[in-house]
Design a binder for this molecule. Structure first.
Ligand SMILES: *[C@@H]1O[C@H](CO)[C@@H](O)[C@H](O)[C@H]1NC(C)=O
Ligand SMILES: *[C@@H]1O[C@H](CO)[C@@H](O)[C@H](O)[C@H]1NC(C)=O
Length: 231
């Protein structure tokens, strides 16, 4: 082989490339240090943030309350139980609810002061006069439209089954799923708990005709509550 003129061997090429790169990197020391240190810095920051967050959410007011339910003879605790019953008011929201009370589907009803009434711009026959808004006694009106009046009437007559009184609420889920119940609570309030099923609030039963003075108290898991009828 000619030697001086021939193509360089692999080792020679690699060696040259390595030297060239080393030389190049040496001129950019600061850049290289930055590239190396940045991920380390990021990791340190994450660890510090995790520590702060863990310490904050580990505080007693963000944890379900616990108590020792079984103490051994030497005073050590054998079994700890956590739950709503051992929590303060601040802690209750963080407790798991293993078997939440169930309730049937509830129809959204407008609050009594916003229900449809007959006005000059809306002179629909069958709507009550505006006076009932002041006494909060307006029935909830449902608008049914269709080309064939008799067909629409017979179909909409089936929408809200009439009540066979008195209701037997010993199995309230079963009873309430046979009738149409309603709530006037805004939907944004009931993502976790429907206010109608808490004591002191009203659960409506939607009926084709209002019945006067229908009041019945129902026992659900959450407590007792009165029922009120509305059209
Ligand atoms: C309306 O519906 C009824 C059935 O409920 C039917 O007998 C009648 O022919 C329909 N009328 C028209 C105009 O379509
Ligand atoms: C209500 O229904 C339960 C069974 O679901 C029955 O045992 C009870 O006697 C009923 N109560 C009344 C008042 O009908």
């Amino acid at each position: 082989m000619d030697g001086s003129r021939g193509p360089a061997g692999f080792a020679t090429q690699a060696n040259a490339l390595l030297r060239k790169n080393l030389c190049f990197q040496k001129r950019n020391v600061k850049t290289n240090v930055c590239i190396t240190v940045f991920p380390i810095l990021l990791c340190v920051l994450l660890v510090v943030m995790q520590g702060i967050i863990n310490r904050e959410i580990g505080k007693p007011e963000y944890r379900c309350g616990c108590a020792c339910v079984d103490t051994a003879a030497d005073g050590s605790c054998r079994r700890t139980e956590c739950g709503v019953q051992y929590s303060t008011q601040d802690q209750v929201a963080t407790c798991p609810v293993p078997s939440p009370p169930r309730w049937p589907a509830v129809l959204q009803l407008p609050p009594p002061e916003s229900r449809a009434v007959r006005t000059a711009s809306q002179p629909l026959h069958g709507l009550p006069g505006p006076a009932c808004r002041h006494t909060r006694s307006c029935p909830a009106a449902f608008l049914v439209t269709g080309g064939n009046r008799s067909l629409a009437q017979s179909l909409s007559g089936q929408l809200f089954p009439a009540l066979s009184s008195p209701l037997n609420f010993s199995d309230y889920l079963h009873t309430l799923s046979k009738i149409v119940s309603g709530s006037e609570a805004p939907a944004s309030f009931r993502q976790f708990l429907e206010p109608s099923f808490t004591p002191g609030n009203t659960l409506y039963i939607v009926q084709p005709r209002c019945r006067p003075n229908f009041l019945q108290t129902v026992s659900v898991n959450a407590g007792t509550k009165p029922l009120k009828l509305s059209k």
